[in-house]
Design a protein around this ligand. Structure first.
Ligand code: DGL
Length: 257
């Protein structure tokens, strides 16, 4: 059972969801969180939809069994593969997913060119493509899978030489004004935001879905009268399927960037 004082569960294939957790704890500083990273199975984005669905359900059950009052699937890939299924299975439970920020990017100016970076699975899935179809009259979208970036963020060594080189390689075709906005459609990518911005240029607008998901979580809990009502003092319990990795998650949580 759960109630107002229960924690909020947050889940990702590994470290990426920490970028969402940072926003959640800013939006609800008095709430307690359990962050579960499934690093033993990361990356998810190159696996089949069925595999990701099964892994997501396992992580979701783990957080629910811990008494969480809501679960935030802080992973675009896991949301695409399993959120609909889990919501149908548990219609009364609060499940918040991640949505690539295509809408704010499309509406940010008159017919922008939007580079949408995500995992191969996210870019292939119906969720992403139907969202893109909704805004196709307002923007030109270019899909850019960036699976390797997940690996660099998972290591916890941000802005390593290899990571920068990889980003230079995949982003060079879009430099020098060739795109107006970029969507970070994977929760790992905000940890590379500065490098992405530097390569694409200061004029390029950068969007991610973390803050939107955090606000949506607060709205959902408020609607069910499940907020704990505290303004400060919330704590995070970090758990990972590779226990040593919890230190990396903590480091990223406090990362100044
Ligand atoms: N963080 C996940 C996302 O938002 C994906 C990372 C992975 O491939 O495991 O899509």
């Amino acid at each position: 059972m759960y109630g107002k004082d229960s924690p909020i569960g947050v889940f990702d294939s590994g470290m990426g969801g920490v970028s969402v957790l940072r926003k959640l704890s800013r939006v609800m500083p008095g709430e307690n969180f359990i962050y579960f990273g499934d690093s033993v199975n990361a990356p998810y984005g190159t696996k089949s939809k069925e595999e990701i669905k099964a892994l997501t359900e396992k992580a979701f059950d783990f957080l629910r069994d811990k008494g969480c009052k809501a679960v935030v699937i802080a992973c675009n890939t896991a949301t695409s593969a399993a959120a609909k299924y889990l919501r149908e299975k548990y219609p009364d439970y609060s499940i918040i997913g991640l949505e690539p920020a295509l809408k704010p990017a499309a509406l940010s100016m008159d017919y922008p060119k939007v580079l949408a970076m995500a995992t191969p699975l996210t870019l292939k899935e119906e969720k992403f493509n139907s969202l893109m179809a909704q805004y196709e009259d307002q923007a030109e979208f270019i899909k850019l899978p960036a699976p390797e970036l997940v690996k660099y963020i998972e290591s916890g060594e941000l802005d390593s030489e290899e990571e920068i080189q990889y980003l230079e390689e995949i982003l060079t075709p879009y430099k020098d004004g060739k795109v107006d906005a970029v969507v970070l459609g994977c929760t790992h990518f905000p940890f590379a935001r500065k490098t992405i911005q530097r390569i694409l240029g200061d004029d390029v607008l950068v969007f991610d879905g973390g803050l939107g998901a955090a606000r949506q979580t607060r709205r959902v809990l408020e609607g069910k009268n499940l907020l704990n009502g505290k303004e400060e003092g919330g704590a995070v319990n970090f758990i990972n399927s590779i226990p040593e990795k919890t230190e990396i998650a903590k480091k990223l949580f406090y990362y100044k960037g």
